[in-house]
Structure formats: C-alpha cells, structure tokens
Design a protein around this ligand. Structure first.
Ligand SMILES: *Cc1c(COP(=O)(O)O)cnc(C)c1O
Length: 444
C-alpha cells in the first residue's frame, strides 16, 4: 500500500494542467491522472515520486493520447496523393457547398417537383454523364466496392478472363484473384506475365464467360520483353463475342496530366472512347474528391448493377455524395485548378522557389534545393514532377528533426532522404507556410 500518493483532485485543480483540461476535456485528463497513479501503485517499491514528477507523467500520457487523435497535418513529403495522409485534400468550393447540406435536412432522396421519393444518385449521375460523356453512372463507397458489385452482378458462378500481367494487388489486402474468388467467379488467367496477345483472349472465351476484366496497372510497370493488347482491340473483341469488357481503372483521372508535365495517365474518357463497357475508379485519387467508387458506361449494364441488393450494403454516404457532386461541378465548369491536387501539380517552379526563398531569408538553417515530387497514391508510379524543397541544416540529426516536426502543434510530415530532412514546397499549402515557418524556427 502506498501512502502519500497525491489525490486525484489535486491534479484536476492544478492551474498548470488547466490548458490540458481545456484541450482534451476533464474525463480524458482524469484518466491520465488515474493511469499515472496506477502506474506508481503497480510498480510497488518504496518511495512515492514527487507531485511534480507525477504531473509530468500525466502530461506525457495526455499528449500521447491526443497525438493519436485524427488531426490536420502538413504534408511536406512531396507525395501529392499520400494514402497514409488521407489521399486527396478536398476543394474549398466543395466543402463550402457541403456544410449547409450536412448540418440540415436535404432532398437527398426526395423529388421536390413531384413531392415524392427520388433517387439519391440522380445528381451525381447527371454530372458524371456530363463530365465523362458516359451513358450512365453509379456511385458506391469506394472503388473496391465498385469492383465487388460488378463481379457480384455479372460473374457469380461464371468465368472472368484476366490477363496474367494484370492480376494486381493494390494494397490493403485487395488482390484481384482473391476478390474474384470471394465473389464466386472463376478466374481464367491467360497469357504470360510479360506477354499477352489478343488471340489469348479469343481462345479463352466460352459460353460460361461473364466478363473480360482489364485492371489498370496503376502501381507497377512491366518493362522489357513485353507485349500487351490495346484496350480498343479488346473492347472490339468483346463486342464481336457479346461479352462485356470492363476495366478497373482505379486512379480515375478526368483530365490529361500532360498539362502538368507528367506522362499521360489513362483517363476515364480514354477508356470509354476505347469502347470499354464499364469503367470503375476511385473518387479520392486523381479525381481529387472524397472516398467513393464510381462506375460509368453502358446504361443496360449499370441498370443491372442498380438492381443488385448488394448495392444497399455498398452505399455511399450523403456527405461523400455531396462532396463528389460539388467536385464534379468544378470539372463541369472547367475549374479543375480549384481542386487542391491540381493546384499543387500546377504550381510553377518559380512560384515554389519564391516561397522557399521567403523561408530561407527568415531562417539561416534553411537552404532551397531542387527536388522531385511524386503523384503517388498508387495512382501513377512514374508520375514525377520537378519541385523545390527546403533542406534543414542542423546538428540535431535527420531522425530527431523529422520526429520533432511530427510532434509540432500542427504535425509536419517531412521527407528524410540520405540523412537529409527535406520539406517539399509542392505539397505544403501556401496557407500553411506560417505554421511551417514557426516550427522551423523552433528547431535547434
Ligand atoms: C486504388 C485502386 C483500387 C481501389 O480503390 P479504392 O477507392 O481505394 O477502393 C482498385 N483498383 C485499382 C486499379 C486501383 O488503383
């Protein structure tokens, strides 16, 4: 039994702990106190630590727990679509439009003209048709759900033909052969890992074939001694054979990336123009919107997917749907530069350099260096963009600096490259420059 342990209320009425109570709430703070006191009791031993020592432990516990809460962070990695940092940041215009919708009731599933039940998908569908020129569209929770719905609707207990060079895993355990197996479809693998020909597909088609599935190689490249089938030829084969050809495009670019000096990334419109019957893609990769899975293409096929009871379980939530519609409206209005992803990719080197120079003039520890930023997000492995970064010169060591930045009030995630800490200007929002500047001043 330990006597002399300070009572809980002493901590709770300590003015030095008041800011923590204000930040995390009384019950969080109390939990920190009880945990710290329990720690002393469990350790047994003779002496009771001083009150000040215990208070420091309480602070450490509260800060540790607070750092696990979801928080805004500054992305200084130079990776524009960083899955660990939440993929695409959303456009202000979309967020502004969403707020009044989310804080009140909406005509989500209500037709105001007719005064009766309406479709929750109608607005997003209309915009998707306008932006992509597809016949019809359907929106679900994410692209993985879109692929699942597609396979469940068309391929259960039937065959799906996939080329061996496209049997992808996209991470997070989403591996195409496994997804096919789970959906009750039989995978028919054709061709070789490096070479696939149209006649490989032709020979694989049987009366049991439900679909030909193309998966976009969004996170790897096969190079060297290779041969592949042009999607256009594959779509034509499907039409001749009466078998739908569908594509898991993933990245979902709606505009050409060449305008940002990037290699051409297959767009949704490219896939439709090739004659692909259904195209599935994500809302939060190169579209720059919220998490969502989108399927566009043949109206007849989409109406079958709409009738699948599984759709209800894969349904997109109303806030994501509103954000998606508002993001699509920006494309429809030609305002893609208002989408943060494209504002970042579109920033010129001169703009980045002049921002970096402002940092350097104010802080002798900094140097502006040429750098490479990446599109990332499993979206575009070869998507490199020239950039400008701040290099921190300090004796503190790269690991220690990066860790101190991660612990800043607004955590800053930097890149550590060959023992150098780099802060890439391309992914730091200019509105965040002040935060970053004060953090960099605090570094020894
Ligand atoms: C990213 C990706 C997916 C999964 O998309 P989510 O929206 O994260 O579910 C599926 N297929 C491909 C080809 C992808 O690149």
């Amino acid at each position: 039994m330990l006597r002399g342990l300070p009572p809980v209320h002493r901590f709770l009425s300590d003015p030095l702990l008041a800011p923590y109570e204000a930040a995390v709430g009384k019950s969080e703070l109390k939990r920190g106190v009880i945990e710290a006191l329990d720690g002393v009791r469990l350790a047994g031993g003779a002496g009771v630590p001083s009150y000040e020592h215990l208070r420091a432990q309480v602070v450490a516990r509260v800060e540790r727990d607070a750092s696990r809460a979801l928080a805004r962070v500054v992305n200084a990695t130079g990776i524009v679509l960083h899955t660990n940092l939440g993929r695409a940041p959303l456009a202000s215009a979309a967020l502004d439009a969403m707020r009044p919708l989310a804080s009140g009731y909406t005509n989500l599933e209500f037709d105001l003209d007719a005064g009766e039940r309406g479709s929750r998908y109608a607005r997003a569908t209309g915009l998707l048709r306008a932006v992509t020129s597809a016949d019809d569209a359907l929106v679900v929770n994410n692209c993985a759900a879109a692929v699942l719905l597609l396979l469940d609707t068309f391929a259960k207990e039937r065959e799906v033909v996939v080329a061996r060079n496209q049997l992808i895993e996209i991470g997070g355990g989403f591996r195409l052969p496994d997804v096919l197996a789970r959906s009750g479809a039989t995978l028919v693998e054709i061709g070789a890992v490096n070479k696939v020909y149209l006649h490989d597909f032709e020979r694989a088609l049987t009366p049991r074939t439900a679909l030909v599935l193309r998966a976009h190689a969004s996170n790897f490249r096969i190079a060297g001694f290779t041969h592949d089938v042009a999607p256009r030829d594959l779509a034509a084969l499907g039409r001749r054979a009466g078998v739908p050809v569908v594509e898991d495009l993933g990245s979902g670019a709606l505009i050409g990336l060449e305008r940002f000096g990037l290699p051409h990334e297959r767009t949704v419109q490219d896939a439709l123009a090739d004659g692909i019957d259904l195209v599935a893609f994500s809302g939060d990769k190169l579209l720059g919107g919220p998490q969502a899975g989108i399927i566009v293409g043949s109206a007849a096929l989409i109406s079958r997917m709409r009738a699948n009871p599984l759709l209800r379980a894969l349904r997109i939530d109303k806030i994501a749907l509103a954000l998606l519609s508002e993001t699509l409206r920006l494309y429809d209005a030609g305002r893609y530069r208002d989408i943060p992803l494209y504002a970042m990719l579109g920033a010129t080197l001169d703009e980045l350099r002049s921002r970096a120079d402002r940092y350097v003039r104010a802080n002798a520890k900094l140097r502006a260096v040429d750098a490479t930023a990446y599109v990332g997000g499993g979206a575009l492995p070869q998507g490199e963009v020239a950039s400008v970064a701040l290099e921190i010169r300090s004796d503190a060591g790269a690991g220690a600096i990066a860790s101190a930045l991660r612990r800043w009030t607004t955590p800053i995630v930097a890149r550590v490259e060959r023992d150098r800490v780099l802060l890439d200007m391309r992914t730091i929002d200019p509105h965040e420059d002040e935060i970053v500047q004060s953090a960099l001043h605090a570094i020894p």
